[in-house]
Design a protein around this ligand. Structure first.
Ligand SMILES: Cc1ncc(COP(=O)(O)O)c(C=O)c1O
Length: 393
């Protein structure tokens, strides 16, 4: 395939554009769980679908190419991808983790990995000195989420990679919020890129899936072994849905990101909004790092109202966004981290990280930005000034 194509064109015109056998312009869904062996000692490319399946392979090769890696792996959820990658660690190893990491990842580390003797430290990754000071002799992985969830903090990827390499650690990066359309961490030296493909990659709130991509052959072998051993593979119907969603990734993200900037600017000027977190705002502390390491600011933002009462009033009166867990879909999704994505985190931990009861996260979809702004204006008009002045703790 032509290497000179842009990312946008590559989403459509790649190895999987046309099925070689039939000319079909959609990847065939191969349901078989097992594959006939031609003779006693003759093994085909596929033997059993947990170990390899052509439809899943199409997705795995596609994401590897889009991320600039050599091998991709598709899992039954983002958490399955993340958890399988963590199986690269062994008893006695230590992992350094972004402080406001996704709640499910926090739960996996604190409640599951800890039982297997894996140590952890959460750290504010926007502070490279803090990261450096927390590295121990047994630190094997630095786990980054940037932008982080839900406070959209930006980590300097190259800075972390430098520290990791100097200390013999691997770097894992959850690229769910950016996708390779905006950020390609492997090109910046990261070792394992992880995705909840449930989000922007598939894009339509109709599939749960996870992906991992690596660029090192040895790491690819180790991760393949773990994928096959742990067995949390993605089913073929779901692999096909992710492949279909990927075709419109660029245009969806471009449109939603433009709207996100308009909405963030609107919210930032609104008197009833205490704070807006969006790296596209020029005064966001991570704005310049984000400009350097990514090709955009994404379609997710968070904002803080005074307290839970203000949030309840606002949510009750907005009409367009769905109020739900998740993000990265064609429809705008408003979510309440304290009771949704970060419910797994104890209240003190949440609040220490700034995930207070007044915080809302918005994933901007494909509605007209003007309609969303008018809807939010109306929703905020119901939030009383008294509510907005109440202390947030
Ligand atoms: C940043 C991030 N990583 C990982 C996950 C987990 O993905 P999944 O829900 O597909 O298991 C999520 C889910 O919301 C997420 O937001």
């Amino acid at each position: 395939m032509e290497k000179s194509f842009s990312f946008q064109t590559n989403l459509l015109h790649n190895k999987w554009k046309v099925d070689e056998q039939t000319g079909a312009v959609s990847v065939p869904i191969q349901h078989a769980s097992t594959f006939h062996q031609a003779d006693f000692d003759v093994f085909g490319k596929y033997d059993y679908s947990r170990s390899g399946n052509p439809t899943r392979e199409a997705l795995e090769e596609t994401i590897a190419e889009l991320e600039g890696g050599i091998r991709g792996f598709a899992f039954s959820s983002g958490m399955a991808a993340i958890s399988t990658a963590f199986l690269l660690l062994s008893k006695g190893d230590h992992v350094l983790v972004t402080e406001d990491v996704y709640g499910g990842t926090y739960r996996m580390i604190t409640e599951v990995l800890s039982r297997f003797g894996i140590e952890y430290t959460f750290v504010d990754m926007t502070d490279l000195h803090a990261v450096a000071s927390r590295i121990r002799p047994n630190t094997k992985v630095i786990y980054v989420e940037t932008p982080s969830n839900p406070l959209l903090k930006i980590t300097d990827i190259c800075g972390i990679v430098k520290l990791a390499k100097a200390n013999g650690c691997l770097t894992f990066l959850d690229n769910t919020f950016m996708t390779p359309a905006l950020q390609r961490p492997l090109e910046l030296g990261v070792d394992v890129v992880l995705h909840s493909a449930t989000k922007f990659l598939s894009g339509h709130s109709d599939v749960v899936a996870g992906l991992a991509v690596v660029k090192d052959r040895g790491l690819a072998e180790r991760l393949y072994k773990l994928q096959n051993a742990f067995g949390a593979i993605l089913g073929v119907q779901d692999a096909w849905l992710v492949l279909r969603g990927l075709k419109t990734l660029h245009v969806r993200l471009q449109q939603s990101s433009q709207s996100a900037l308009k909405i963030a600017s609107f919210l930032a000027k609104h008197p009833k909004v205490e704070e807006v977190y969006y790296p596209g705002l020029s005064y966001h502390p991570g704005h310049s790092v984000q400009r350097y390491q990514a090709e955009g600011f994404g379609a997710v933002l968070s904002f803080r109202l005074a307290d839970e009462a203000a949030v309840r009033t606002f949510v009750k009166h907005v009409q367009i966004p769905v109020f739900a867990v998740s993000l990265g879909a064609v429809e705008s999704i408003l979510s309440y981290p304290a009771k949704m994505s970060h419910a797994a985190m104890p209240k003190e931990e949440r609040e220490r990280r700034g995930i207070t009861d007044g915080l809302l996260r918005l994933s901007v979809g494909l509605e007209a930005a003007e309609d969303l702004i008018a809807d939010f204006e109306r929703g905020l008009s119901y939030v009383s000034a008294k509510e907005s002045l109440a202390p947030s703790f």
